[in-house]
Unconditional design. Structure first.
Length: 87
């Protein structure tokens, strides 16, 4: 929750005695799109990437059938065989 507050409400910080603007504020200065929109886009992307990471790693029956299909390619000179060896 602290990071969300920082993402949306901190526009400047003093780091090593130098005043630095936030990424969202820098993007606002460059594109003229408000910083809260940039912060919202980044937050949505972060949630989406987290959800996709969780979704991909959760074992389901679909993952099991995909693993069985990859097992058929083991030992062959095929890109899917190489991917199966990495898992």
């Amino acid at each position: 929750i602290t990071s969300i507050r920082v993402l949306f409400f901190v526009t400047e910080a003093i780091i090593g005695g130098v005043v630095r603007t936030s990424d969202a504020t820098s993007m606002q200065d460059i594109t003229k799109i408000p910083s809260w929109i940039w912060a919202s886009i980044w937050m949505v992307l972060a949630f989406w990437m987290t959800a996709m990471g969780i979704f991909i790693t959760v074992e389901t029956k679909e993952n099991d059938s995909a693993r069985e299909a990859l097992d058929e390619f083991r030992g062959e000179d095929h890109p899917l065989a190489l991917a199966a060896e990495l898992t």
